[in-house]
Write a protein that binds this ligand. Structure first.
Ligand SMILES: Cc1ncc(COP(=O)(O)O)c(C=O)c1O
Length: 428
């Protein structure tokens, strides 16, 4: 009798996985709190919130109840010409916590589609005003998703190479890492001055896939101000940074300036269901209002505003805004800071970065950090052997635990990082 993993291996194709060499997948049958339980009973601590989606722990009873109730009431209805309570209520709640210039919510299915929607809205915003602009500006090392538009505005490299000739041209500027802020601003000023830029899309303050790179709110404020001087729409991709990850509900809350659009997904449903949101200002929305039907935003997905996903979003929001959860965010940020202080400056460590519930350690291996670093698999396997799920980005290790992670569980994660540090030192 083949095992579940063997049955999987015979017919499934997994994301970001070289199927020829990959180990058999680990069959997970249950989740509770920050733990995932395998078929054989082994418990794994989820140190990266299952690809950054989970906020409150797995199979959370409050979310489960709310989703079950929704499932028994209304599972789905098309969202053109119809609406339903969960979609309206979630939009109201989101607008109450998003930057206060946001006035409209457009639903889609995931992070990539939230970005696609933002890009299309921005381009059509200018088209509708008969002043078309076609340039999009993005950070050179950014990641905005895997669909074509999102890929086009993401870092060009190994992931995008097979499609390179088909990706539209994007004006890339450097990430304004500390010390390089003035260069980035000058690059944006020069491109903006050409007059054809529709939008600047960015991961605010924390670039996830690039290796948890951080930059300051002050320079992002300057970049957004530059956009606004030139009539360029600023798109904050908060797919990863949203819902408390950076210590504030949104990374945009660290800013003085406000983005014109915000993309959300991942933590939007507490990690329960796929759902995407693109919010925009009234000014963006109004550019689509017309007697001319050609000015309509012709975009939608079959599962737009799925009621079950919206219900999960509402339940997750209840938990997120509770004082318990807010206290956990502060607790995790503080413990990360203490560990960062312990490890910063030690041999074998190139850099330590932390923001809110995210902590990243860049090990000093080779001259550069690359996704295909040989160290990557060693670090990944070390974590798994310790029953901890961590996925290195090359020689960068990061923690992004669910907010319910206890101090004892955090201590286990730091212990695994200490072991990894030893491994790096031994390899040298
Ligand atoms: C900043 C950012 N934008 C967009 C995406 C794409 O989201 P999804 O994987 O849901 O398509 C991701 C995914 O990691 C992300 O980190």
């Amino acid at each position: 009798m083949p095992t579940l993993a063997e049955r999987d291996h015979a017919i499934l194709w997994h994301p970001y996985t070289q199927m020829q060499t990959a180990a058999l997948p680990i069959p997970i049958v249950r989740g509770q709190g920050a733990w995932l339980y395998a078929e054989d009973g082994t418990a794994y601590l989820d140190g990266i919130s299952s690809w950054w989606v989970n906020l409150h722990g797995h199979a959370h009873p409050h979310i489960a109840e709310r989703v079950a109730e929704q499932l028994r009431t209304l599972e789905h209805v098309l969202f053109a010409g119809f609406t339903h309570p969960a979609a309206v209520e979630l939009a109201e709640k989101l607008l109450a916590i998003l930057p206060d210039n946001q006035g409209r919510i457009f639903y889609s299915d995931n992070g990539s589609t939230a970005v696609e929607v933002a890009l299309k809205m921005a381009l059509q915003f200018f088209f509708n005003q008969e002043q078309p602009r076609r340039t999009i500006v993005a950070f050179r090392d950014s990641y905005h998703g895997d669909t074509f538009g999102a890929m086009a505005v993401s870092s060009r490299g190994a992931f995008t190479a097979p499609f390179a000739p088909l990706l539209f041209d994007v004006a890339f500027i450097d990430v304004p890492v500390p010390g390089r802020e003035a260069d980035t601003l000058a690059q944006l000023e020069a491109i903006a001055a050409q007059g054809d830029v529709a939008a600047f899309v960015f991961e605010p303050l924390l670039l996830g896939t690039a290796g948890m790179l951080t930059y300051s709110p002050a320079i992002l404020d300057e970049l957004i101000r530059c956009c606004h001087r030139h009539g360029i729409l600023a798109i904050a991709d908060e797919v990863m940074t949203g819902f408390g990850r950076t210590g504030q509900l949104f990374a945009s809350h660290y800013l003085m300036e406000r983005p014109d659009m915000v993309c959300l997904s991942k933590g939007l449903t507490g990690g329960t269901m796929a759902l995407g949101v693109t919010s925009c200002t009234a000014a963006v929305y109004e550019a689509f209002l017309s007697d001319d039907r050609m000015k309509t935003f012709f975009h939608g997905h079959s599962y737009t505003a799925n009621p079950i996903a919206c219900a999960a979003g509402l339940a997750s929001m209840d938990l997120l805004l509770s004082t318990d959860c807010q206290a956990s965010l502060a607790r995790i940020a503080l413990t990360h800071k203490q560990f960062a202080q312990e490890i910063t400056g030690q041999p074998g460590i190139r850099d330590v970065r932390h923001l809110g519930t995210v902590l990243a350690i860049e090990f000093a291996v080779g001259e550069h950090t690359t996704y295909f670093s040989g160290l990557r698999d060693q670090l990944y396997n070390l974590a798994l052997a310790r029953r901890v799920i961590l996925r290195p980005l090359g020689n960068i290790m990061y923690l992004m635990p669910p907010y319910c992670t206890t101090d004892a569980e955090l201590a286990l994660l730091y212990d695994v990082l200490r072991d990894m540090h030893q491994l790096v030192l031994t390899n040298q």
